[in-house]
Design a protein around this ligand. Sequence first.
Ligand SMILES: Nc1ncnc2c1ncn2[C@@H]1O[C@H](COP(=O)(O)OP(=O)(O)O)[C@@H](O)[C@H]1O
Ligand SMILES: [Mg+2]
Length: 244
Amino acid sequence: MKVQLSGVSKAFGAQHALRGIDLELDQSVQCLVLIGPSGGGKSTLLRVLGGLESPDTGTVSINGEPLAFDQASLLCHRRRNGFLFQSFNLFPHLTAVENVALPLEKVHGVVRDESVSKAQAALERFGLREHGHKRPSQLSGGQQQRVGLARAVAHEPRLLILDEPTSALDPEMTAEVLDFIDELRRGGQEIILSTHEMGFARAAADEVVFLADGKLVESGSAEQLFGDARDNNVQRFLSRVMRW
Ligand SMILES: Nc1ncnc2c1ncn2[C@@H]1O[C@H](COP(=O)(O)OP(=O)(O)O)[C@@H](O)[C@H]1O
Ligand SMILES: [Mg+2]
């Protein structure tokens, strides 16, 4: 993915979420993983990259196109991406099929019959063929997150943006969801992901970015960051979270 960030800052009142982020990625990076302590700025950076939030200062460009931050441009950019967050965010009163089909119709202008067949195909891709008629409350957390994945990729997004997609799941469900994310990655999908699953980060990332206190502390290949981090804070964080 060609991504360029320069001096990106964002504050919420007195709270500085991002403090001058610079980052440049080239086509060799297909999967970017953000790691670091809670409150470090991962979600805010994902939201800026996805067009859900505009920075206070700085520039963002994706595939060589600078992002404009007026509402119309943000909406246009947002539509090209797919999103999945930690909490399931499914409509509780809709079936799995409708949860995927409705955004295809309302956001992407797909006609009714086509939206349903695309939704069914997307659910099938994530092992949910038998579950299309169920509402979220009738599905396990892992299945709900797979419906969320189906929804996030049904319109064939340019970038798939995943914010701690497994942190509300138990280990078995975490593994099943990570397997599907890895399958998307191996299929060539460009992914930007924040996670506390360090094993997955290490295996899947072409580039890892460590954020703390709104700053990009260190970035590099998974091998470099996990094997031989330069920064003391990164080393300390990794030795703490990977200890057990
Ligand atoms: N909408 C918001 N309103 C106020 N503060 C926010 C908001 N979003 C994020 N923050 C603050 O910005 C900082 C970075 O948050 P976040 O991007 O969520 O970090 P992370 O995802 O790494 O935990 C935190 O201090 C958080 O409390
Ligand atoms: Mg977060």
